[in-house]
Design a protein around this ligand. Structure first.
Ligand code: ADP
Length: 156
């Protein structure tokens, strides 16, 4: 049985939607390693270090969660950590097509790695890091879209 899953993403920043994926994932896996990717294509709001710090603060009292920063292929990180399951969240068909493409490439390069996709509950479908970045940039309050007790100002 796979006891640990890797949950990779940009997490710029980590949202309530991401937290739901982790919450659901913890019902399937004993441990989740949240891997903050240094994405070259996406414009950053938070530095990778601050993205990781936010997530570590959130799960400070939960020993089932570990946070790492990475700058290479997700499959390689899995192999380095001895993890063979990637966990990702699914909001809509756009996510689905994107996830399927990544999964197929991973299947070719890292055949032992499996991908588990978790559908998000309807009320979290509209939550995304990009909406939060937009709100922060133009002076809106992103708090309702963030995990409880997280103030984005501490990580900007
Ligand atoms: P990436 O740049 O790798 O897509 P993100 O940080 O945007 O990284 O997302 C990481 C994962 O979380 C992806 O699988 C994405 O589909 C999922 N995700 C993002 N927002 C939500 C949400 N509101 N509900 C469920 N899954 C989500």
């Amino acid at each position: 049985m796979n006891r640990t899953a890797l949950f990779p993403g940009s997490f710029d920043p980590f949202t309530l939607g991401h937290k739901i994926v982790v919450d659901q994932g913890l019902e399937l896996f004993e441990r989740i390693v949240i891997a903050v990717g240094v994405n070259t294509e996406k414009r950053g709001l938070l530095t990778p270090e601050n993205r990781a710090r936010l997530i570590r603060d959130l799960y400070r009292n939960d020993s089932r969660i570990e946070v790492v920063i990475y700058n290479e292929l997700t499959g390689k990180v899995c192999r380095q950590l001895g993890i063979d399951t990637i966990l990702r969240g699914l909001r809509n068909t756009v996510d689905f097509e994107y996830e399927r493409n990544i999964m197929q490439v991973n299947q070719t390069l890292f055949p032992e790695i499996k991908t588990v996709l978790l559908f998000t509950p309807a009320r979290y479908v509209a939550i995304s890091s990009s909406v939060i970045r937009e709100l922060v940039t133009f002076g809106g309050d992103p708090t309702p879209l963030m995990p409880e007790n997280i103030d984005i100002k501490n990580y900007l």
